[in-house]
Structures are given as structure tokens and as C-alpha cells.
Design a binder for this molecule. Structure first.
Ligand code: ZN
Length: 118
């Protein structure tokens, strides 16, 4: 049986397309750092990180699993989910699936037809 695989370059382009599609709507201030993994335990993962180099910068780290995100529609849902967590952090909330998350979920569904799930 032929295994369906997507190259990391294709994943990167799909993730960037999702950010381009949802970026103005979710409107994040801090930069997103994209990472890719082979994790089976999640579609996407959100972390916030303080990077200290010449300047101190707080960034959103979004890790995308290569295992599950094989189409643009799945990637849109995964990136939307993680970008909402990023927005929660910027607004001083917890990155959880509570009330503010559910509000964003409804808004994204009605504006884009994307269900970012729980
Ligand atoms: Zn989540």
C-alpha cells in the first residue's frame, strides 16, 4: 500500500496559506514560529516562548504534526485552532478551550466555514 506523505516544504506552504487566510481576522501582534514534528499525539501544539538574543522577544511557537495535516482544509483547522490559543495568550487569557475559545470558534466558522474543533 502506498503511504501518503507530504514533504515538509509542502507542509510549510500549507501552514503559510492558513496564516495568510486567517491572519487578518485573528490579528496577532507577536510573530509565529512554525515547527514540524512526527507526533501522533496531536495535530498541532501551541507554546509561548521567550527568546533572548540581542533583543528579548516573546513569540508564538506552533508545531504542526506531519502525520495528520495532509490537506489544506485540515491544516486550516489546525492552524486556526493554534492561532486562537496564541490570541488568548496575547489577550491575557489561558490557552484553553473555554468561553473565549468557543467565541472564536463560532466566529471562524461563520466567516470561513472552518471548524477549528476543541
Ligand atoms: Zn487546543
Amino acid at each position: 500500500m502506498k503511504k501518503h506523505t507530504v514533504s515538509q516544504q509542502q507542509l510549510l506552504m500549507m501552514a503559510q496559506a492558513s496564516i495568510a487566510r486567517l491572519g487578518n481576522f485573528i490579528d496577532l501582534n507577536r510573530p509565529i514560529v512554525l515547527k514540524f514534528s512526527n507526533a501522533k499525539s496531536y495535530f498541532g501544539k501551541y507554546e509561548t516562548e521567550l527568546i533572548v538574543a540581542d533583543t528579548i522577544e516573546i513569540v508564538h511557537i506552533i508545531t504542526i504534526s506531519c502525520i495528520y495535516n495532509h490537506s489544506q482544509s485540515v491544516m486550516d483547522a489546525t492552524m486556526g485552532h493554534e492561532m486562537v490559543h496564541a490570541k488568548q495568550i496575547e489577550c491575557g487569557d489561558e490557552a484553553d478551550h473555554g468561553e473565549s475559545y468557543q467565541d472564536w470558534r463560532k466566529e471562524i466558522y461563520s466567516n470561513f466555514g472552518i471548524d477549528i474543533d476543541e
